[in-house]
Design a protein around this ligand. Sequence first.
Ligand code: GRG
Length: 307
Amino acid sequence: MNKPMPELIQEQTEQFNAWVSKMQAHTEYVLDQHLPAETVVPTRLHEAMRYSALGGGKRVRALLSYAVGEFCHAKLEKLDAPAAAVELIHAFSLVHDDMPCMDDDDLRRGKPSTHKQYGEALALLVGDALQSLAFQLISQDKALKNGQKIKMLHVLALASGSRGMAGGQAIDLESMGIPLSREELEQMHIHKTGALIRAAALMGAYATDTPNQDKVKAVDHFAKAIGLAFQVVDDILDTEADTATLGKTAGKDAKDNKSTYVTTLGLSAAKELANELHANAMAALSFYGREADLLRHLASFITQRSF
Ligand code: GRG
């Protein structure tokens, strides 16, 4: 006999939650294996790199690489390097973003941010070294073919640099105190947050020996929509959640006079936009059946998160 719908939905949600926990733990394990031990010279730099990259974070970008990899039938062993690499780039950006010359936040993932714990000079080096390690992981990986490595390195480098995350951060710094339109905000966040999320997804597809081009297009469309939705929800949480829940200082954007989706559109329109972008992400998968369910669940995980 078929199960009633609510029971089926609950069962699928439980399965997805179990997958999230398993892959978060797996990501932590892969990162732990690749980060130099604290006993390796220079010990304090390695300790600070491990402090910054391990033991926290939702691992959304790694989850996206793994979920896209599954959608495209990539082998798990080919997904570990890109998933860990994108988390290392992300950790690097958080370390630099928290520094006084950038966003200036003392708290990250519920503990003192790297420069508070280790000083500014070492925090700068931590970011630099995490970035290099990300590219090293992909380039030295034994499971990936050379052609796959080059595509991954290319997409990750583009997403991190001046045409991606660093560029988005530059726009952010330039626009401090200047009210931005919705279009200007979108341009900033496509670069600052969206580019790395898109790279995480594309690397998952590139881990397949012969990626199906229709699936790559669908994944790209999905990732663009969900990357922007991620940032809209981030802005909503900055106004609605508290510091303890977020693990970073809540309400900081408004205090720093920064334009966000909430200041530009208002809270209720920002929530509508998050729903609209979630629907766009779902539409990108409309051609696919159960095989895209992991991505559908991940889209909801991103838009319905509480931190
Ligand atoms: C990284 C090339 C490069 C230069 C540094 C500082 C900087 C330029 C860019 C900042 C990029 C940045 C911090 C964007 C914000 C993205 C964002 C919403 C971060 C929060 O991500 P979560 O919620 O964090 O996934 P967890 O802790 O869960 O991993």
